[in-house]
Design a protein. Structure first.
Length: 79
């Protein structure tokens, strides 16, 4: 089972990937340093370091689907 705390929902607009809100600093509409073309290698198992441009926090994406990135560590708080 995939741990919910390690998931990060994203949106694609054109070839860009956005977050509604940064899970670390709370900034809105964060443009990630990823393009839609970068998602396929992540889906195939290649890890990708992602540095958030708003606060310089880092995660490593280990998987992706059409709506979520899966990180190697918890990035959400359990409710």
């Amino acid at each position: 089972m995939i741990p919910f705390e390690n998931t990060l929902p994203y949106e694609t607009i054109g070839k860009d990937i956005y977050l509604h809100e940064c899970p670390f600093c709370g900034a809105g509409s964060v443009l990630l340093p990823l393009r839609t073309i970068d998602l396929q290698p992540i889906r195939e198992g290649r890890k990708r370091l992602i540095v958030f441009p708003c606060c310089r926090e880092k995660i490593t994406a280990i998987d992706a689907d059409r709506d979520y990135l899966l990180a190697d560590k918890p990035i959400r708080k359990r409710r």
